[in-house]
Design a protein around this ligand. Structure first.
Ligand SMILES: Cc1cc2nc3c(=O)[nH]c(=O)nc-3n(C[C@H](O)[C@H](O)[C@H](O)COP(=O)(O)OP(=O)(O)OC[C@H]3O[C@@H](n4cnc5c(N)ncnc54)[C@H](O)[C@@H]3O)c2cc1C
Length: 386
């Protein structure tokens, strides 16, 4: 077994983290305070070829694997979980699913723009009354000549307020329940589409929207995969999404661990650095163990999916279990580590002056997005008991 990154992967890690420190870090306090997406973010990540990491070279991407996507996600999140999530939603939730499931014409239409960052992507699964129970979605797409007429709503859609391309799911045959769901892609905004920005206590700077479709027309040629075949795309896509978001949680956790270690050496009380007290040392040691455990579970999951010829996940696959386990562990460990981080900073941890509180506010999301901890446990147990 080889647990080390190869030279290219190490260079990628270094490049992303350096860029995040130089370009993102100085902006983050203001981005967080104003909840404002830095509008040239994708232009800048485009210069580093990060917007199409997993997209084939023929469509303008870097043609790399999920391991490399995880490296990018982790190292962006070490500085900004919010922008790491925005990047992940653009690439993994939207572009990557188009690459894996759409026909050549749709790939040619959307992937080059997404891979360059000229277009920003997002994915719409969740609805106001269908979150964990995504199959209960109510949005409909009714065929009318050469268009689908789409009605309904979606909520909590990352990037939608600034997005250009929306991959989404709707019922094309509601009578059939989950077997009547299809995947469609549309340019946004279009007539019949409305997006309102949602206010959040964390992940500020990563824009989230609630969407309303009112007789929105989507050309029939924008169907992704086959009609009524959306569930497979949705559940398989959630696996890769969970793996890359695990890496985002790793980055958040690593930031909290590194900031806390530094602070424990600098802050003195009772005439000594607080890092000399065993109660603080134990917290630091627990942080390290959590980070390392989450790291190897996450990169194992990434390696696993990269090793599969056909990268399809969903019900009944080992990938479903591994991906759910990686994000379940990484996200819960991340919240624990960030809470301990705030404790190590004492009162300063509670003040907005130090970034540790931002990491804590952001961390909680990793236990909710891409299926909650409760749902991840259900998936793991379902596969164990199969
Ligand atoms: C910042 C943010 C960004 C997001 N980005 C996207 C995005 O880009 N695209 C997208 O489609 N969605 C996105 N989501 C939505 C996210 O995936 C959902 O919020 C999540 O799946 C939970 O759905 P819900 O919020 O409706 O909660 P609910 O499903 O209402 O759950 C509420 C509580 O009940 C629990 N629960 C529900 N069912 C069960 C059960 N069977 N057993 C035990 N417990 C259960 C849940 O675990 C949770 O604790 C985002 C959410 C947030 C907050």
């Amino acid at each position: 077994m080889d647990f080390t990154f190869n030279d290219e992967q190490k260079m990628l890690e270094d490049m992303v983290y350096r860029w995040a420190c130089d370009w993102l870090e100085p902006k983050m306090e203001e981005v967080d305070e104003k909840d404002e997406f830095p509008e040239d973010f994708f232009k800048e990540t485009g210069k580093l070829d990060l917007n199409g990491v997993t997209i084939d070279e023929e469509y303008g991407g870097a043609g790399l694997g999920y391991t490399e996507a995880c490296i990018v996600a982790e190292n962006l999140a070490r500085v900004s979980s919010a922008l790491s999530m925005t990047w992940g939603a653009h690439l993994i939730l939207c572009a990557d699913n188009i690459q894996r499931n759409a026909n050549k014409e749709l790939k040619e239409k959307y992937l080059p723009g997404l891979a360059s960052g000229e277009l920003i992507g997002c994915l719409g699964i969740t609805e106001p009354d269908a979150g964990s129970d995504a199959m209960a979605m109510r949005a409909t797409a009714v065929k009318d000549g050469d268009h689908y007429i789409v009605n309904g709503s979606k909520t909590f859609i990352t990037n939608a307020p600034v997005g250009h391309v929306l991959l989404f799911y709707a019922k094309t045959d509601p009578e059939k329940g989950p077997k009547g769901i299809s995947a469609l892609v549309t340019d946004i905004p279009v007539e019949g589409y409305q997006c309102n920005k949602i206010k959040k206590f964390g992940m500020r700077g990563s824009p989230t929207g609630e969407l309303f479709f009112s007789d929105m027309k989507v050309p029939t040629e924008n169907l992704v995969g086959v009609e009524n075949g959306g569930v497979k795309i949705l559940t398989s896509g959630l696996c890769t999404e969970r793996i890359v978001l695990s890496a985002c949680a790793l980055g958040t956790m690593r930031a909290a661990m590194e900031l806390s270690t530094k602070y424990a050496k600098e802050r003195t009380q009772f005439g000594k650095p607080i890092g000399s007290f065993q109660a603080i040392q134990q917290k630091l040691a627990d942080m390290y163990v959590s980070y390392q455990t989450a790291k190897w579970l996450t990169y194992y999951a990434a390696w696993y999916v990269d090793s599969l010829e056909e990268k399809s996940g969903g019900k009944g696959t080992e990938l479903d279990k591994i991906a759910a386990a990686a994000i379940l562990y990484a996200s819960e460990a991340c919240t624990r580590v960030c809470l301990d981080g705030v404790q190590i900073f004492g009162g300063y941890g509670y003040s907005l002056e130090y970034p540790i509180q931002r990491h804590l506010r952001d961390a909680k999301l990793w236990e909710i997005g891409a299926g909650t901890s409760e749902i991840r446990r259900l998936i793991i147990a379902r596969e164990m008991l199969r």
